[in-house]
Every structure is written in C-alpha cells, then in structure tokens.
Design a protein around this ligand. Structure first.
Ligand code: SF4
Length: 214
C-alpha cells in the first residue's frame, strides 16, 4: 500500500506546534493569516511529495467543477482570518463589497441549516464565481482541500442522496483526506494549547463576522 509508512501522528504534532507558536507570536490578522498560509503550504508540499502522478490523475476535482460547493463548510478561526485578510488585500474594492454582501446574505440563509436542507434549497457557496471557480482558491478552507472525488457524477448522486437525508458512498483519495483532516485537528489542538477557541464554525458566518469588524 502506498503511504503506509507516512507518520500522520508526527505530521499532526508538527502542525499543532506551528499553530501554537505562530498564534503566540502573531500581533495582528496579517500575521495569523501568515501562520495559516505556512500550514497550508506544508499540507500542499506533503501532498505533492507523497502522491505520485498516477494517483493524482485519478482525482476528478478541478477548476469549474463546483458540484460539492453547496454544503456547509466548517472552518477554524485562523482559517477565517486568512480568508478575510485575502479579501481585504487581494480583491478589488468593488468586487469585495459585492462579495461581502453575498457572504452576509448566505450566512443569514444557512444559519441553523443542516447539509440536507441546504442542498435541497441549493444555496451555493458565495465564493463561487459565475464559471464555477473558487474565488479564494489560494486560501480555501482545509475542509474543501480534503474533498477529492474520482467522479463528478458520483458527487452529484451523493449530494442527491444527502438532500433526501440518505447516504451514497463516494470514492475519494483517502491519503489526501486523512492528511488534511490531520492538519485540521492539528490547528484545533494548537489553538486549544493556548486556551483559544478551537471550535469549528460555518464558513460564511465566520467570515461575515470578521468582515463586519474590519
Ligand atoms: S470555499 Fe471555494 S472550494 Fe470551498 S465550498 Fe466555497 S467555492 Fe467551494
């Protein structure tokens, strides 16, 4: 089995240490975003190193396929800060204003909504552009990075099943899923080590709250 020797425990501890050290030293939102960027870069570098081209070729996810971008996404505080910082620094004022309105609108709609109801009502992520691309691809949440599918058709079947509160199995790359989930838990443990809030919150609500404070 490929990846059998990969040490997820060591990787998670490394992420926890990085997050705890980074949050202790961070003086503002930009520095929190930089810590998060460092962790994401380490996740992406590990995926690039560990996954052979043939294994990557099986993953069907790519630009323009937004089949799964209609579910609630959970983020941790530093991830929401990184996204809000990206909107503040990398998106033009006009687009940022429209996006902030869309984020706030979605946050209001999906409050208290579970995945099944959100899929039934088809409330997409406000970060999708009209071509189905993620506007915050560089800083997208870890939860989004964990999802890989070998077949977009299977994703649609799984979403249809979830809309009816049923489950349909979905083939995905388990190494990528475990690695990104490990990073997510590592970030949460780094926050907990400092006594900070380590709970995950819905993406649009977290970002809308931060934008309202900028
Ligand atoms: S943040 Fe990007 S990848 Fe994640 S659900 Fe939204 S549009 Fe999709």
């Amino acid at each position: 089995m490929p990846h059998d020797s990969f040490d997820f425990t060591a990787f998670g501890s490394e992420v926890t240490g990085r997050m705890a050290r980074g949050m202790e030293e961070a003086r503002d939102a930009a520095e929190i975003a930089a810590v998060m960027a460092e962790i994401v870069a380490s996740v992406e570098a590990t995926l690039a190193r560990e996954m052979a081209g043939a294994e990557r070729a099986l993953i069907a996810c790519g630009p323009g396929c937004a089949a799964c971008c209609v579910v609630n996404v959970t983020v941790l505080f530093p991830e929401a800060v990184a996204i809000a910082e990206y909107l503040r620094t990398a998106i033009g004022a006009g687009e940022r204003g429209a996006l902030a309105t869309a984020i706030e609108d979605t946050a209001g709609k999906v409050r208290w909504m579970d995945d099944g109801e959100r899929i039934r009502r088809h409330i997409p992520c406000p970060f999708l552009d009209p071509g189905g691309r993620c506007r915050i691809h560089h800083v997208r949440p870890l939860t989004c990075r964990a999802v890989t599918s070998t077949d977009p058709g299977a994703c649609r079947l799984a979403l249809d099943a979830a809309a009816g509160d049923e489950e349909e199995p979905l083939l995905m790359n388990l190494f990528q899923k475990f690695l990104v989930d490990t990073a997510f838990r590592g970030v949460a443990e780094g926050l907990a080590r400092l006594g900070l809030d380590d709970r995950g919150c819905e993406l649009t609500q977290s970002v809308a709250t931060l934008l309202s404070r900028q």
